[in-house]
Structures are given as C-alpha cells and as structure tokens.
Ligand binder design. Structure first.
Ligand SMILES: *Cc1c(COP(=O)(O)O)cnc(C)c1O
Length: 484
C-alpha cells in the first residue's frame, strides 16, 4: 500500500469544490424527480440478477470514489431493483407510495441533521405540532402525549409497555415483571398483526399471556368471545389488563367495533389500545371516519404515516391519552427532574422521555410537510379513493367467471382466487404476475385457503391499474393452463 501524502489527509468531509457538488446534487435531485414522474412507464418490480446482487458483497471501501461514480452505481444497481411500492400497480402487503414532497422534506431534514432526542430547538416543536394535530384529529385531550417511532410495530410495543406499567405500577421498571407475581393477560383477535404477540414477548409478559379471540366472518373481533375469554381468565385467578383492537386488519381491512370494545374495557377496567397501523388515518375522510367511532375514547393508538399517509419511510406514531402514564413508563426521573430551565438544555419534556430512543431523526419534518402541503382534506379524499378502487376491483373480480371473491372490500383490501387451480396454482400465479412487472398483489390465507390479496394503498393507483391486474391474472392463468 502506498503511503498517504500529507496533502491527501482530509480535514473535513465538506466538498473541496462546492460548485461541483452543487451541480452533482442538482443532477441527483433531477434523477429522482424523473424517477417519480415516469414511475408508471417502468415494471413494478424486476428480480435482481445474480451479478447485480454480487456487487453488494464487496469488501470495505477504504479508498474514496467520486460522488458521481457512487450515484451512478445507485442508478444502475439499486434503483431498478427496488420493491416498487411507489408504482401505481403495486398492491402487495400494505406499503405507502411516498411523494415528491416527502422526498424533498427528507432531504431538508438530512441537511439539518437534527437530533430529536430532546433539548430546546425548533425541530422538537415540529414534532410537538404533529402531536397536537393528532390530538385534534383523534379528539384526544391536551394531556395526551405523542411520539414518532420507526413504525407501528414499535408503537404497539410502547403501548404494551405503558399498559403494563399502568397495571403493575412504576415498580415494575425496577423489579421486573417476574417479581410482580401478577399474571397479566392481554386480548386481541385472531386477525391481529403478528407484532402484537411480538410486543408481548419483548415486554417480558410472554406470548402465552396474549389471548387471540375469535372473529366474525368479516374478521372483526367477536365481543362475545372477548367477554368469555376475560371472564374465564378472571375465574382462573388471572389478571386481564389490556385489549388490543385493530382498525384495519391486514388480511381483510376489518375495523373492530371500537365503541363497543371501549365500553367493555371501561366496564372491566382494561386498557384499550388500537392498532390503527394504516386504518387510523381513515379518520381524515368524512366518509370513512365514522367507521372508527370509539377510537377517540381509546387509551392509546398506534399508526403509521408511511402507509396511507404516503409519508416516506419510516414514520410510525404512538398517541397516549394520559401523557403522565406514558412519561412514567419511560422517563428516567433522575435525568428528567434535573433538566435545565434555560439555555439549549431546556424545553423538557423531551421526546426521549417517551420511548426507548435517545438519538432520534427528524421524522416529523416529512410528516409536517406532507400535512401542510396537501392538507388533510385532500389526504382524506385520497384515502377514500383507494377504498373506492378496492370496490371497483371487487366488481371486476365478480365479473370474471374464472375468478372468485374470497374477502370483499371492507376498506381498501380485496382477497380473491382463480378458480382454475389449487393453492399452489394461485401462489404461482401471483409469483408470475410479480415477475411480469405488470402488477404486484401478494397472498394470504383466508379460512385455510390461499388467496390473492390486493391492498390499494398507493395514491397513484387508478382504475387502469386495477384493469391491468385483472387482465394479467386471467391471461397468465390461461397460459399456465395450456403449458401445465
Ligand atoms: C403494517 C402493520 C403493522 C406493522 O407496522 P410497521 O410500520 O410495519 O411496523 C401492524 N399492524 C397492522 C394492522 C399493520 O397493517
């Protein structure tokens, strides 16, 4: 290895030539605008060739490369093989579409490089502004607390921890769950997301302490089954403490009867947490909002701005009705009570008092830009439009003799099957479709059978994308029937 000349030792990472970096930066920005403007012209997804994959197995780059060169690699080897959730025909899982506004805000946030753990600066006020807006939207009191987190998985974990501290008292933080000796039990439905069980695991309560109660035919939690499970556990000497209802289940888009569950929880003295990962933002639509009735009386709500809210990843949020309980769960009294009242270290309470993260990025900025730039009326209309597209898809499926509806559109999700084959045939059909790049639904299991699942989350999706999906499925199945 050559000895480094002293003149090569950089004193800073800033560019030696800002003019050149500026020009390169503008090219990079233009490339991303082109990417978004012409997203429809590209396939939704392309499998990654082995030689491209191999490029990501290089050893540590000790020597520098030009910014333009690295950007070229990004354009050639990353961009073409992204998952495609910005594409209008992406209908897999529940992925948000992002926006140019969110992208620009993310760039500004990175430039500012703010750390939102705490202290006294405007970025923390932006996050507090979002909390205030969420209080307003979900009709929560001014004492409610809010916090940005990675996603709803983390938000649900925080909710379980707050409910746990509420049930066991603050001592649990010192003594641990085992010491308490209280056999806590939580309840959710069989249609709940897997991260609820994971939250029970991570909180030390264990997944066995979670009861998954039955649902009705439309995947809504059965109140009778919930009441039975709680009563049964009480008879056994166990201690029910938490019900996790879902606003928008992943398979069916079902919304639990939040008002009835809340009434039950209030009577039984149980914490009601709502997993509203994507569904909670339906509150922005005058048409859909009433279906979330009761959410305004929940003890806590977890949701994502990065799904229906179209904010770029990641941007999850937890809202807790009683901010004092939230603080009691995470704040370290030693640190919290000794805060300065002036200077940069003032401005308590800090976001780090409400969750496990100390250093935190500026997720609030891309959310603030999205809400202010579009306005919540337009976001609500966009959300309602994805639901009407799901109804359109359901109609299209019903009109095709080869297809059958397995789960009708309750919100923005439709599950269906091709009648021409078994589970394996339908799974292969979905893989063919994904590889075709035409449209990308995913699969799920409904009543023991595999179903093709299309979730319309992306604000770019139009009727022609639904038409392309249905057309491609029918054509690919016909081709399969011939070749098989
Ligand atoms: C997506 C989703 C989650 C998980 O949220 P992440 O943001 O992916 O962590 C939890 N519950 C439901 C109902 C979801 O749709």
């Amino acid at each position: 290895m050559r000895d480094r000349a002293p003149s090569n030792v950089a004193t800073t990472l800033d560019p030696a030539d800002w003019t050149e970096t500026r020009a390169q930066g503008h090219r990079m920005l233009d490339d991303m605008f082109d990417y978004l403007e012409h997203v429809r012209a590209r396939p939704v997804w392309k499998p990654m060739p082995d030689d491209v994959r191999a490029r990501f197995r290089e050893s540590v780059p000790r020597a520098p490369s030009s910014l333009a060169g690295v950007h070229g690699e990004f354009l050639d080897h990353v961009v073409p093989y992204a998952l495609g959730n910005v594409h209008p025909a992406f209908m897999g899982w529940v992925h948000g579409g992002g926006s140019a506004v969110g992208m620009l805000a993310e760039m500004l946030a990175a430039g500012l490089n703010a750390n939102l753990g705490g202290r006294d600066h405007a970025p923390v006020e932006v996050e507090r502004q979002i909390t205030e807006w969420m209080r307003e939207i979900f009709e929560f009191p001014s004492s409610a607390s809010g916090l940005f987190v990675t996603g709803t998985s983390m938000a649900n974990l925080i909710a379980v921890l707050v409910a746990r501290a509420h049930a066991l008292g603050g001592d649990v933080r010192r003594n641990g769950v085992a010491q308490s000796g209280v056999p806590l039990r939580a309840y959710t439905s069989t249609a709940a997301h897997g991260c609820i069980a994971q939250a029970m695991d991570l909180s030390g309560l264990g997944t066995d302490a979670l009861r998954c109660v039955a649902t009705d035919a439309r995947h809504r939690m059965s109140l009778a089954a919930l009441a039975d499970a709680v009563a049964g556990d009480r008879r056994e000497g166990l201690t029910p403490f938490l019900v996790v209802a879902t606003a928008g289940t992943v398979d069916a888009g079902a919304i639990d009867d939040l008002a009835a569950i809340q009434t039950f929880c209030a009577r039984e003295g149980l914490w009601l947490h709502v997993d509203g990962a994507f569904g909670a933002l339906a509150k922005l639509s005058p048409e859909l909002g009433p279906r979330l009735a009761g959410i305004e009386r929940a003890d806590s709500i977890a949701f994502d701005f990065h799904k229906w809210g179209q904010v770029p990843y990641d941007a999850g949020f937890i809202l807790v009705r009683d901010g004092a309980r939230h603080l009691d769960t995470f704040a370290s009294p030693a640190a919290y009570l000794r805060r300065e009242t002036r200077g940069m270290a003032a401005g308590s309470q800090w976001p780090c008092d409400l969750g496990p993260d100390l250093s935190r990025g500026f997720r609030a900025l891309k959310t603030w830009f999205t809400f202010k730039t579009y306005g919540t009326d337009a976001l609500g209309d966009m959300i309602a439009r994805t639901c009407s597209l799901a109804r359109y898809l359901e109609e299209r499926v019903r009109a095709e003799p080869a297809l059958e509806v397995v789960m009708p559109a309750q919100l923005n999700i439709v599950c269906f099957r091709h009648r021409g084959g078994d589970d394996r045939f339908n799974a292969a059909l979905v893989a063919d479709l994904q590889e075709s790049g035409i449209a990308a639904p995913s699969t799920t299991t409904i009543d023991g059978r595999l179903a093709i699942r299309a979730a319309i989350v992306n604000h770019r999706t139009e009727e022609r994308d639904i038409d392309a999906l249905v057309h491609a499925i029918v054509e690919l199945a016909a081709a399969k029937a011939i070749t098989d």
